[in-house]
Structures are given as C-alpha cells and as structure tokens.
Design a binder for this molecule. Structure first.
Ligand code: C5P
Length: 212
C-alpha cells in the first residue's frame, strides 16, 4: 500500500526570526514511516522542522508551515491508500508575516492570529483513503478522541495524554488509546513509539482488507 505520513511541528512565522510552534519532535511520525516501510509499503513522509534521520527507503519532503504541509499532502495524496497525520499542526498563524525583522518598538503587545486550515478535514472529502489521526490531550484522551474520529471522518484516532510520564512530546515511548468511530476504545500499555507505530500499520492493513 501507499502510506503518506506527516510528522513534527509546523512553524508559523511572525517575521524572519520569530515564529509560533510547539514541542513536537517528530519521533512518532518517523516511527510510523519506518514501521510502514519495514512492512513493505511505499512511504512518503512529510516532515515539519525536526532533527531526525530519514528512515531507510522512505521518501521525505520537508515543509515549514501548516499551509505548506496542506499543499504537499494534497499533491501526494492522490495515489495514496493511507494517510497518518501524526504532525502537531499549529492551529493558528499570525495574520501577517513581516518580510524583515520587526524592531521591538514596531511590535504591538497583541498578536493578531488567524486559523490554519485543518488538513485532515480538508482531505476527508477525498474518497477511499484510510485516514488516521492523533489526539494529543492534557487529560483523559478517549472522549476527545471519539469526538475527533467522527468530526474528522477518521478510521482511527490515536489518543495520548501528553502530560503523562513516558508519553507524548520528545519521549521514545508512548501510552496510547486506539479509538474507532463505532466508539470502540482500546487502551495499550506503555510501549516504544516503534511498537505503537507497528500497531498503527497493522490496523491500516487489516482495515484495507476489510477486517477492521
Ligand atoms: O483537533 P486536533 O488538532 O487535536 O486534531 C489532531 C489531529 O488533527 C492530528 O492528527 C493532527 O495531525 C490533525 N490536524 C490537522 N490539521 C490541523 C490541526 C490538526 O490535520 N490544522
């Protein structure tokens, strides 16, 4: 199958030296790309700014902002079977990006923000693609994940509580919950991100065969 995986944060620039972002390191997405490739799939990895090595055999495209990521996802999605959105896409961007560094006295105390496009929702109109999303929450993720699953038309939402030790941003492990649109909730134990990635890949494989 053809997998498209997004990973890492996005950066939303205020001027050439300042941006809004989040602590995502891209590890979960790179693990999904590695696991999908190891299972024999064709993988395109769309990465925000991260400092990780590209897994062997994976085709990588680097992006910076949410709008860049959407543009690239749209281009590569046409021939894909599975989209796994692990990227921590910034929800907002500054309404204006200055072309040169702003002087402190030129900056106001408030920043005008606008909403970024929701990549999963945009792609949900595309037929026949198995879409898998993540829900990074502070607190029990299952209820939020179920809502996201329905709202974004996903086959699976992988929920994780980013405040829990060993889970979330910058760790090599994750404790996640798999939530499907029928309300099924499966809590997995703390495991490596690569092991979580393998579970995600096998979910997509079973789903493609109509077994999930
Ligand atoms: O609603 P929330 O941002 O928590 O949903 C998380 C899921 O949606 C993740 O899979 C993330 O990659 C995706 N997302 C997106 N476009 C955005 C924000 C999040 O596709 N602008």
């Amino acid at each position: 199958m053809k997998f498209v995986v997004t990973a890492g944060p996005t950066r939303e620039f205020i001027d050439p030296v300042r941006f809004l972002s989040n602590p995502s390191t891209g590890r979960m997405g790179f693990a999904v790309a590695r696991a999908a490739r190891a299972a024999g799939h064709d993988v395109t990895l769309i990465a925000g700014p991260v400092s990780l090595k590209t897994p062997p055999g994976v085709m990588r495209i680097d992006v910076v902002s949410a709008r860049d990521m959407l543009r690239v996802v749209r281009t590569v999605i046409a021939r894909a079977d599975v989209l796994v959105m692990t990227a921590a896409v910034a929800d907002w961007r500054p309404a204006h990006c200055a072309s040169r560094k702003l002087k402190k006295m030129e900056m106001s105390d408030t920043l005008h923000l606008v909403r970024n496009p929701d990549i999963l929702k945009t792609i949900s109109r595309q037929r026949g693609i198995i879409r898998i999303g993540f829900a990074a929450e502070t607190g029990t993720p299952a209820a939020e994940a179920a809502r996201k699953c329905r709202e974004k038309g996903l086959a699976l939402v992988v929920g994780n509580d980013v405040t829990e030790p060993g889970s979330g941003f910058g760790t090599d492990t994750n404790r996640v919950t798999f939530v499907t649109p029928d309300g099924n909730v499966q809590r997995l134990p703390l495991m490596s991100k690569l092991a979580v990635a393998r579970r995600i890949v096998s979910f997509a494989e079973r789903r493609a065969k109509g077994k999930e």
